[in-house]
Design a protein around this ligand. Structure first.
Ligand code: BTN
Length: 253
């Protein structure tokens, strides 16, 4: 596949495979062998054992979807600020998806991308933390592009299912690298506010929504995320508190 990227960092080293078990797994192996530099992208046209959040599988179709892992070596990123990487990835995917399809595109905390209520992309990040700093990160992105027939029970979708026509996956991959680089650089310029767009694009922001908090189903109003990536929510009694994934998740739909 001819891949001419217009980026200088993200994809500066591009490792393209016909088939891999998991791009995250291969990226981790290459990183351990010091064979990948900052911004390297591992791309697989087929992923046979893709991994998702909470040990789940990530299913993508051979030659139809995007499965990549981006290797980063952030400088001076404190472990308690590592959520910035999740924001960068989610914003980049959000940009790509919102330009490709009609319909409202939102980021469901922490980093799923939804079209209306349907999940089109998932992100799995593995950071290596030493002391107080993130030394390296593997940002795995799965984006359903031309898959069809996704299980409606899982509320999954693809760009082709949404737009009713197939999408040029290779062009899209290039744009994804560009948008990732854009947000990476933006964050580099302004670590405090450069990624504020994440909050503006949050799914269910300001809307009463069913969640599970400490195993109890309740309704809260998501407001924002704090600096460590916890979701800030308003409770029905007016309290505003922040929770991590260890305590709160959105109720299954
Ligand atoms: C999720 O469960 O929502 C996260 C899915 C992440 C899938 C991507 S596909 C590329 C990379 N390689 C993997 O094995 N997983 C991530």
């Amino acid at each position: 596949m001819p891949l001419a990227l217009r980026t200088s960092i993200i994809g500066g080293q591009l490792l393209e495979y016909d088939s891999l078990e998991s791009t995250n797994k291969t990226a981790a192996e290459l990183l351990a062998l010091s064979k990948v530099r900052h911004g390297a992208v591992v791309l697989a046209h087929e992923q046979t054992d893709g991994r998702g959040q909470r040990g789940r599988s990530w299913i993508s179709r051979s030659g139809l979807d995007i499965t990549i892992s981006i290797v980063l070596r952030p400088e001076g990123l404190r472990a308690d600020a590592q959520f910035a990487l999740a924001k960068i990835a989610a914003l980049a995917v959000h940009d790509v998806v919102s330009h490709a399809v009609p319909g409202e595109v939102r980021i469901k905390w922490p980093n799923d991308v939804l079209i209306e209520r349907r999940k089109v992309s998932g992100i799995l990040i593995k950071n290596e933390v030493i002391g107080e700093l993130v030394m390296s990160s593997i940002v795995g992105i799965g984006l359903n592009v031309n898959s069809t027939g996704l299980d409606p029970d899982l509320v999954g979708t693809s760009l082709a299912m949404e737009g009713g026509r197939s999408v040029d996956r290779i062009t899209l991959f290039g744009t994804l690298c560009e948008r990732f680089e854009h947000w990476w650089l933006r964050w580099g310029q302004d670590r405090e506010h450069g990624l504020d767009a994440y909050s503006e694009r949050l799914w269910a922001r300001g809307r009463w929504t069913d969640v599970v908090l400490d195993e109890q189903p309740i309704s809260v109003r998501p407001m924002d995320v704090d600096a460590t990536g916890r979701l800030i929510v308003e409770h029905e009694d007016g309290r505003v508190l922040a929770y991590g994934l260890d305590r709160l998740r959105f109720a299954p739909r």
